[in-house]
Design a protein around this ligand. Structure first.
Ligand code: ADP
Ligand code: MG
Length: 203
């Protein structure tokens, strides 16, 4: 197996595993400030991606990422499906066929813009963007400091706790959304940790 193909498979497997292992936790976070389906939505999406993984990892990075994104749009549902789907599809559109570490920040910045356009949202509103935006900033600062990426993502997810939700279902709660970590922010941080783990060769 080519090393690039192995890396795609390792990344996909790591993300799907972490979502599956944390599905209950994600569901509980969404029970507190949403409708309690985020864990099950995300697990359904990544189970579908894994069912297709043999074919997906054969494709070069752009087509691989677009394929992951399209499956997420179709299978995750809810608000987060189209948003995570847009994130992965735009990453696929933006990255070159043979990406290097230095290409990732720009691609993620473009993908964040696409999510923002789709969600009519921005950082500071207690959503996945509150993790994705600082992760992109950290990548821009130092694309090779992988451990820092995980730390930044985890801290950013925690930092959504005291925020008041302005977008998504949680915004219906107004001030009562304060004091709970945002489920999409948590799943984003889990995905960042999984991708970094795969790049570092952890299993
Ligand atoms: P739903 O809210 O439809 O039940 P999920 O529970 O799967 O969908 O996902 C909820 C998550 O989606 C939230 O925690 C938040 O991170 C994210 N989200 C919701 N709306 C938006 C938006 N407009 N922009 C960015 N992220 C959003
Ligand atoms: Mg939900």
């Amino acid at each position: 197996m080519s090393s690039e193909k192995e890396l795609r498979l390792a990344m996909l497997t790591a993300v799907a595993q972490t979502i599956s292992r944390h599905a209950e936790e994600l569901t509980q976070l969404d029970q507190a400030i949403g409708d309690g389906d985020h864990g099950i939505n995300m697990k359904r999406g990544f189970d579908a991606v894994m069912a297709d993984s043999a074919g997906l990892v054969e494709k070069p990075w752009p087509e691989f990422l677009k394929g992951v994104g399209m499956t997420l749009v179709m299978k995750v549902g809810g608000a987060s499906g189209p948003l995570f789907g847009t994130l992965f599809m735009t990453l696929g559109k933006e990255l070159p066929g043979n990406p290097c570490a230095g290409d990732v920040a720009g691609a993620l910045e473009a993908a964040i813009q696409a999510v923002q356009a789709r969600g009519k949202s921005e950082a500071g509103q207690k959503t996945m963007l509150d993790v994705l935006v600082p992760v992109a900033a950290q990548l821009r600062k130092d694309a090779l400091a992988l451990t820092d990426l995980v730390t930044v993502a985890a801290a950013a997810a925690e930092a959504t706790g005291p925020m008041k939700a302005i977008r998504g279902r949680a915004s219906f709660l107004g001030d009562r959304s304060i004091g709970h970590v945002d489920p999409g922010a948590r799943s984003s941080a889990l995905m960042v940790a999984a991708v970094v783990g795969a790049v570092k060769g952890e299993s």
